[in-house]
Ligand binder design. Structure first.
Ligand SMILES: CC(C)(COP(=O)(O)OP(=O)(O)OC[C@H]1O[C@@H](n2cnc3c(N)ncnc32)[C@H](O)[C@@H]1OP(=O)(O)O)[C@@H](O)C(=O)NCCC(=O)NCCS
Length: 336
């Protein structure tokens, strides 16, 4: 039977570290407030002068993942790129990454789905593989948030949360009788909450798409109804975990590690308490990276593998909720 496995992982974050104290120089905030409300201690941002796009971060993580998989770029059948912060408005970073890899005809599919980008990307890769449309897929997830944040006090509720980074996985279809790879996935969306977390401009529905007045109003920056996002996350994430467990015919005790999107440490602690699973079964690294949106889960997986918290044979659930709203989970047995 055809199974979709993760053959390798890679991560890359830009070297510039921005601490909570650094942020307090630009806006009215404090290390204590940020740690207490989010768990974040620092994040990585690209150089202040810019010049680094999501596809550049993804390229660095891709080199590591390809090397570990023993693949060359020519082995890739399809690139799936998940981001909410493309290098430019269009074309999407999938094409830019493809070119940087020295390829000139490999298909590249860009997806949005924000914090749920990795989950949607992995479920899509699984569907491509099972249908026979592709067998070796590079799933690249990368974000450059720092150039799009309002780092004045006006934007402090959002700006303190986000970090830049990339996480990449090489996904492959294998023929096996073993119960490995993607065992179940569930995807959801509810556009009713689109305004709860969004960047409005530049917007094709506005004419002009952006104006001096809009820039003054800060409509080019993300706005977030943090309380709604928090409430929806703590409600949906336990539900979608139970959903994939039921689909796979497994129970909570079968799961070695939950790797949730790193949006806020408190959301993930609520999740852990709600499912009544031991603390050490829920992975956290938001302290060091902040919320890297689509990249957070593959970065976390890469670290969990490096730390030997999981390995071949481990059963994991990846799960996320983000702007859209979108949410979902993928249950996987690693290895194969
Ligand atoms: C953003 C979040 C940390 C804010 O925490 P909160 O407890 O809801 O805080 P509130 O928005 O009620 O703000 C409380 C106070 O802190 C202030 N505040 C907001 N951001 C602040 C900051 N960075 N530093 C200091 N104070 C801040 C607010 O202005 C408010 O002040 P007031 O009481 O004088 O009006 C929280 O809502 C959250 O994490 N939500 C989920 C967000 C998320 O996951 N986003 C990513 C989705 S993928």
């Amino acid at each position: 039977m055809k199974r979709t496995v993760i053959k390798s992982t890679g991560r890359y974050v830009p070297p510039r570290v921005v601490t909570n104290d650094d942020l307090a120089k630009w806006m009215d905030t404090s290390d204590e407030w940020i740690r207490q409300r989010t768990g974040i201690e620092q994040r990585h941002w690209i150089p202040e002068e810019g010049g680094v796009g999501s596809s550049d971060l993804a390229l660095e993580a891709t080199k590591i993942a390809l090397d570990r998989a023993g693949w060359t770029p020519a082995d890739i059948d399809l690139i799936i790129f998940a981001t909410l912060s493309p290098d430019i408005f269009f074309p999407g970073p999938g094409c830019l990454l493809q070119h940087k890899l020295g390829l000139n005809s490999t298909p590249a599919l860009d997806i949005r789905q924000q914090c749920t980008g990795f989950i949607y990307g992995l479920a899509t890769a699984d569907a491509y593989i099972r249908s026979g449309l592709a067998n070796r897929i590079l799933l690249a997830c990368a974000e450059v948030h720092s150039t799009g944040l309002d780092i004045s006090t006006r934007g402090r509720d959002v700006a303190v949360i986000f970090g830049d980074g990339a996480g990449v996985v090489c996904v492959e279809g294998i023929e096996t009788d073993q119960d490995v790879g993607v065992l179940a996935s569930s995807l959801h969306a509810n556009g009713e909450f689109a305004k709860s977390l969004m960047v409005e401009a530049a917007a094709s529905r506005l004419n002009p798409r952006i104006s001096e007045e809009m820039l003054r109003e800060g409509r080019q920056y993300p706005v977030m109804d943090g309380k709604t996002i928090f409430k929806e996350a703590v409600r949906s994430l336990p539900d979608v975990s139970r959903e994939v467990l039921q689909k796979a015919g497994l129970s909570l005790e079968d799961i070695d590690l939950f790797i949730p999107h790193q949006a806020n440490m408190r959301i993930n602690q609520f999740f852990q308490q709600s499912l009544k699973v031991p603390e050490d079964k829920v992975f956290h690294n938001i302290q060091r990276y902040g919320n890297t949106t689509a990249a957070s889960i593959p970065i976390a997986l890469d670290e969990a593998l490096e730390m030997n918290i999981v390995g071949d044979g481990s059963t994991v659930i990846f799960l996320a909720l983000g702007a859209g709203l979108t949410w979902g989970a993928v249950l996987m047995r690693l290895g194969g």
